[in-house]
Design a protein around this ligand. Structure first.
Ligand code: PMP
Length: 278
């Protein structure tokens, strides 16, 4: 947890960033991947099975890492527009990749995984529908945020992809009076990897908009501009998703007093080969 001293100067509220890039696989999705794999181990016989999921990238890295450690083969369906870093990290952990048409976005990867999942050799963990995904955030992310702010947290601001982070953290934090701010891209075609434009996307089964108190949108340009400010003004290297979360949180902290935390789902190394840093 890092205070944003420059970007957050002169606001009504305090502005903080929770850096999920410090997880072993480099993103917030380590939590969901570990919870989903441990849950599958408990419920099913995984002998001879391959763990399968559709992912926009970070879940792929996380599942590949957890699969390597727990001894399960992993296969991932990903849109062929992901940064080369993500594809190579996944391959480095020994997972197999199926690339889908980039124009079909993350929904194309979901449809490909559903097709593959008909084969009984696969265990489709399905992060968009798996209760173990939000449970990871209810049991870890939420309580950590509360502890790391010394119980002072008033607003959590996070982007929505599968919605696991927002749904799980909301269950842990709303009973303590924390307001949950869910952020989406402002258009169907966007460049905020990991986020979903719910109105036009396949709706995740775990998503429940009633669990957020405030719904906001951020454009890709504003998200990237804030990622650049984070690097140059705060020394925090992040990507469009992290920039987008902070841009939304800045809006909240301008309007309201309290302790506002933006959840930065991953770090900037993963986007070095993308146009944002050219
Ligand atoms: N940002 C990034 C970079 C991500 O990879 C994800 C996961 N898709 C999210 C935000 C959203 O997290 P969640 O799936 O928990 O909604």
């Amino acid at each position: 947890m890092v205070p944003l001293r420059r970007i957050g100067a002169g606001l009504r509220g305090e502005l903080w960033a929770k850096l999920e890039s410090f997880n072993p696989g480099g993103s917030v999705k380590d939590r969901a991947a570990l919870w989903m794999v441990l849950d599958a181990e408990q419920r099913l016989d995984l002998e001879g099975k391959t763990i399968l999921d559709a992912t926009s990238g970070n879940t792929g890295v996380a599942l590949a890492l957890v699969g390597a450690v727990r001894g399960h083969p992993v296969e991932l369906c990903m849109p062929d527009k992901l940064s080369v870093e993500r594809k190579r990290i996944v391959a480095a952990f020994g997972a197999t990749l199926t690339l889908t048409d980039p124009l079909d976005g993350s929904d194309g990867a979901i449809l490909a995984a559903r097709e593959k999942a008909k084969d009984p050799r696969y265990v489709y963990v399905d992060q968009y529908a798996n209760p173990a995904n939000p449970l990871a955030h209810e049991e870890t992310t939420g309580p950590e945020l509360w502890e790391q702010t010394g119980g002072r947290l008033t607003h959590l601001v996070a982007g929505v992809g599968t919605s696991g982070t927002v749904v799980g953290a909301s269950r842990a934090l709303r009973p303590k009076g924390v307001r949950i701010v869910a952020v989406q891209p402002d258009a169907a075609l966007h460049g905020i990897e990991g986020w979903k434009h719910m109105a036009t996307a396949i709706r995740p089964l775990i998503w429940d908009e009633a669990l957020a108190d405030d719904h906001r949108t951020i454009g890709t340009d504003a998200a990237i501009a804030m990622a650049k400010r984070l690097a140059r003004e705060e020394g925090i290297l992040s990507g469009p998703s992290g920039g987008g979360a902070v841009a939304a949180a800045l809006g909240v902290a301008r309007e309201q007093e309290g302790v506002v935390v933006a959840l930065l789902a991953d770090g900037g190394e993963r986007y070095l080969s993308t146009p944002m840093w050219e």
